[in-house]
Ligand binder design. Structure first.
Ligand code: ADP
Ligand code: MG
Length: 258
């Protein structure tokens, strides 16, 4: 880590080309009988515009780590710096506002609002996120653009129940980018899709890096993890290995075979 620190070690000048710095991060959960160390002394960086995989078997701490990166959960020790800003230093409501502006989330089970159409689901995200700085009259056009980027523009007026799993996840990707956050995080985003659909949806997610986004995804699937530009492999809450140069996936590029 090479951030500039003040005398208290608090403020940091962001490292060029690094979006997120994780330093000595640990998470311990106290149960009635014992303390469980879920994450143990993790240090790594996530470069700007990377396609960053958090890989590892079930129970290795992937989801817990992702929640630390987005400020949903707080470290027991160590810290997460986002563009030089320490997340732990923020109050809960400031953190929620920060998350709304900076992070788009894609879930394994899509979590679209079932009574709203695809377009309305994206519009709702704009409503909740303040439109990412856009004027209200531009929101419809923005939502349509996001659906187009996710290749589901023609399905804009369908309800989630009228969409396949892959199509629903594409709408969820459109929703995640609606407010133009710099980071998209996805926890097992293709875990509920068949392998062919999974590959296609993953390509769309990966292609967001070409629009300036940093994409962080959690997967237990080694082939999917190998498509990243950077990755860490977790085992029992520790980094077992880190790979800066895995294959770069470009949409439509067959070099990443799943
Ligand atoms: P992964 O996403 O890699 O499957 P998780 O981050 O969900 O792993 O969980 C890592 C480990 O921490 C698991 O063994 C899980 O059972 C445990 N764990 C997660 N949350 C809690 C909690 N609130 N209380 C106790 N144990 C937990
Ligand atoms: Mg998980």
């Amino acid at each position: 880590m090479q951030s500039a620190r003040n005398i208290n070690g608090q403020a940091s000048a962001p490292i060029p080309n690094v979006l997120i710095e994780v330093e000595y991060l640990s998470r311990v959960i106290s149960t009635r009988s014992r303390n469980v160390q879920i994450l143990d002394d993790l240090t790594f960086v996530i470069p700007v515009q990377s396609l960053f995989a958090i890989n590892g078997p079930s129970g290795s701490g992937k989801s817990t780590l992702l929640n630390m990166l987005t400020g949903i959960d707080r470290p027991s020790s160590g810290r997460v710096l986002f563009a030089g800003q320490e997340l732990r230093a923020m109050q809960e409501d400031a953190l929620a506002r920060w998350r709304g502006r900076h992070v788009g989330i894609v879930f394994q089970f899509f979590q679209l609002i079932p009574t709203l159409t695809a377009l309305e689901n994206v519009l709702l995200a704009l409503e909740l996120g303040g439109g990412g700085g856009r004027k209200r009259r531009e929101w419809h056009q923005r939502a349509t653009f996001c659906l187009e980027l996710a290749h589901v523009k023609e399905l804009a007026h369908r309800l989630p129940s009228e969409l396949s799993g892959g199509e629903q996840q594409r709408v969820a990707i459109a929703r995640a980018i609606a407010n133009d956050p710099p980071v998209i995080v996805a926890d097992e985003p293709t875990g509920n899709l068949d392998s062919r659909t999974a590959h296609q949806v993953f390509e769309t997610l990966a292609s967001l890096t070409q629009h300036g986004k940093t994409v962080i995804y959690v997967t237990h699937d080694r082939d999917l993890a190998a498509c990243s530009t950077e990755r860490i492999d977790l085992r029992d809450g520790r980094i077992a290995s880190a790979h800066p140069d895995s294959k770069l996936l470009v949409e439509g590029d067959a070099s990443c075979t799943l």
